[in-house]
Design a protein around this ligand. Structure first.
Ligand code: AMP
Length: 130
């Protein structure tokens, strides 16, 4: 079957996806969480003391696609993000608080087109984001 969007014959866009190879373990990136449907790993270029990416094992381009196809997996992803923040920012007045970011589209900063939630914690954050 040919992908109607890219014409590559790759219906879900996952071939050559590096985050798919992280999710499967093939990339050898250490996983903080290896769940039934999601995995979590540290961002290679952290923007906060805690900067963890949580991704579904199955490939979706962005959070809207995941929400439409597998809302329970999106809920699992959010729950895992909260658990990580609770574990890593465990003390002090901001304990357990975090920012969860889903960049959705290149113009707002998405550079990897396998949906990922950025779990950011451990310092104050400004608003609005840049
Ligand atoms: P975004 O710009 O929202 O698509 O986020 C992509 C994120 O993936 C960036 O924060 C990158 O630093 C991160 N990233 C890219 N490659 C890797 C990798 N091999 N391991 C961990 N994080 C990565």
């Amino acid at each position: 079957m040919t992908d109607s969007v890219s014409g590559t014959g790759d219906p879900d866009g996952s071939s050559g996806c590096f985050f798919c190879s992280i999710a499967s373990g093939a990339a050898g990136v250490p996983l903080l969480v290896d769940g039934e449907n999601v995995v979590a790993f540290r961002d290679i270029d952290p923007k906060a003391p805690t900067h963890v990416l949580v991704i579904p094992k199955r490939h979706y381009r962005d959070v809207v696609a995941l929400a439409g196809a597998e809302p329970a997996v999106l809920a699992e992803l959010v729950t895992v993000g909260g658990r990580i923040a609770g574990a890593e920012a465990a003390s002090g007045p901001d304990a357990g608080e975090f920012r969860l970011v889903f960049n959705t589209g290149a113009s707002v900063g998405q550079s990897v087109f396998h949906i990922h939630g950025h779990v950011l914690a451990g310092r104050p954050f400004g608003w609005p984001p840049g």
